[in-house]
Design a protein around this ligand. Structure first.
Ligand code: PRP
Ligand code: URA
Length: 209
């Protein structure tokens, strides 16, 4: 069974509260999501493999540690997952970035695929799949299945707010994928929106409503 890591650092909770507030506009919403993604990135990358490198300090030569960051790929689920990419790239600037385009059908709430472009060597990389919202879990599960069809076997899912229903679905369908979230909310409403949540993440990031 995959693990759920709730990253409830006070700075993350503080920033998330501002994001949840309906009075917060797109500019601040985007900025805060970037900042939270960077902070969450510390935990998501906590056990990244290190490699030895030989360097010289001003005092003497030494064998030091470096993250082997070229083995990482960040894959946002479009659109809203894009809002978490820059924060992660500020931690691992050499990571490659793929994109999976999915939207939820407004009536069925089922995801529809419209785009997939991934790094050629994606199957060799640790993949961090990003999406701020894990609601029914349909989009995340389909994106995870697409990554696995392309040979990925080392994937982490990074979300901002999750519903218990979404977590349960990912754990049932993808027990090998650990989930990192800043908050687990109460439930879904009849429109499959997270309660209390923060509304439609894509619309709030891009100002489309
Ligand atoms: C939102 C969100 C997730 C999905 C979560 O995207 O960003 O991708 O819904 O819902 P689920 O867990 O029930 O699948 P949306 O379909 O609204 O597309 P958008 O990001 O382009 O606005
Ligand atoms: N997608 C969102 O953007 N918000 C929700 O609450 C659920 C799905």
């Amino acid at each position: 069974m995959s693990q759920v890591h709730v990253i409830d650092h006070p700075m993350i909770q503080h920033k998330l509260t501002i994001m949840r507030n309906k009075e917060t506009g797109s500019k601040d919403f985007r900025q805060l999501l970037t900042e939270i993604a960077m902070l969450m990135g510390y935990e998501v990358t906590r056990d990244l493999p290190l490699v030895d490198v030989e360097i010289e300090t001003p005092i003497c030569p030494m064998t030091a540690k470096k993250v082997s960051g070229r083995k990482l790929a960040i894959v946002p689920i479009l659109r809203a997952g894009i809002g978490m990419v820059d924060g992660l790239l500020s931690l691992v600037p050499v990571a490659k970035v793929g994109h999976i385009g999915l939207y939820r059908n407004e009536e069925t709430h089922k995801p529809v695929v419209y785009f997939c472009k991934l790094p050629e060597d994606i199957q060799e990389r640790l993949v961090i799949l990003t999406d701020p919202m894990l609601a029914t879990g349909g989009s995340a599960c389909d994106a995870l299945a697409m990554l696995k069809e392309r040979g990925c076997n080392n994937i982490r899912l990074m979300c901002l707010v999750a519903a218990p229903e979404g977590i349960a679905k990912v754990q049932a369908q993808h027990p090998d994928v650990d989930i990192f979230v800043a908050a687990v909310d109460e439930h879904l409403n009849p429109n499959a929106y997270i309660v209390p949540g923060l509304g439609d993440a894509g619309d709030r990031i891009f100002g489309t409503k």
